[in-house]
Design a protein around this ligand. Structure first.
Ligand code: ADP
Ligand code: MG
Ligand code: MG
Length: 193
């Protein structure tokens, strides 16, 4: 069962991984996008950590709601509303459940509803989908994360900026899948999740 304290540790660790890998994420976004994914996410994560720090007494739903609002208000670009929606749906679900796989189901459903992408479209959905499943199955590992993220490399993008490139995007890893990999890596590395 996720507590507000553990959720904070998880999200702050995610923020640190994004900051450490900001340049790498923008590099991935260079050949198939507009080279800003790392900067977009890092800006959002600064807002997220500040929002959480300013409100030390939030319940679980409040932690996710404050995180969502920070991302939605501070990140221009596709990734802000997508991660923002994921956290907003977790906030709604957290009113009734503190079960992590249940919360992640809601997050993924939110990303799919908001962006309209399916598995195979070369987006963050290709990482979210198997990784949420792995949390249900108790099989989440760094190898599973690496495989999920790498699965976007051979695909032709159907959504997002990379879709403009068509087959020229083949061989490039989706940056949003990589950042989603960090969300789950943070989960793996946060004790108590
Ligand atoms: P932008 O493309 O607006 O510059 P970012 O670079 O921050 O925004 O984020 C790009 C990432 O967003 C992509 O790598 C992809 O994973 C994700 N993405 C874009 N459009 C969609 C969509 N419709 N559904 C799911 N994910 C998407
Ligand atoms: Mg971009
Ligand atoms: Mg952009």
């Amino acid at each position: 069962m996720l507590t507000p304290e553990i959720a904070r540790l998880w999200l702050n660790h995610f923020a640190a991984l994004i900051d450490d890998n900001k340049a790498h994420l923008s590099d991935l976004d260079t050949p198939i996008g507009d080279a800003d994914h790392g900067n977009n996410m890092a800006r959002g994560m600064v807002a997220l950590t500040e929002a959480l720090q300013a409100k030390p007494d939030l319940d679980l739903a409040g932690v996710f709601k404050a995180s969502a609002m920070a991302l939605i208000s501070k990140v221009g670009g596709a990734s802000g509303p997508l991660y923002g929606t994921a956290f907003l749906e977790m906030a709604k679900t957290a009113k009734n459940s503190a079960d992590l796989p249940t919360l992640l189901d809601a997050a993924l459903a939110g990303v799919i509803k908001r962006g309209g992408a399916e598995v195979g479209d070369k987006t963050m959905v290709d990482a979210w989908t198997p990784l949420v499943k792995a949390t249900h199955d108790g099989t989440l590992s760094q190898a599973v994360i690496d495989e999920a993220v790498a699965s976007t490399e051979p695909l032709v993008a159907k959504k997002g900026r990379a879709a403009y490139l068509g087959e020229r995007g083949i061989g490039h890893r989706d940056p949003g899948a990589e950042s989603t990999g960090y969300l789950f890596k943070a989960l793996l590395e946060t004790e108590g999740t």
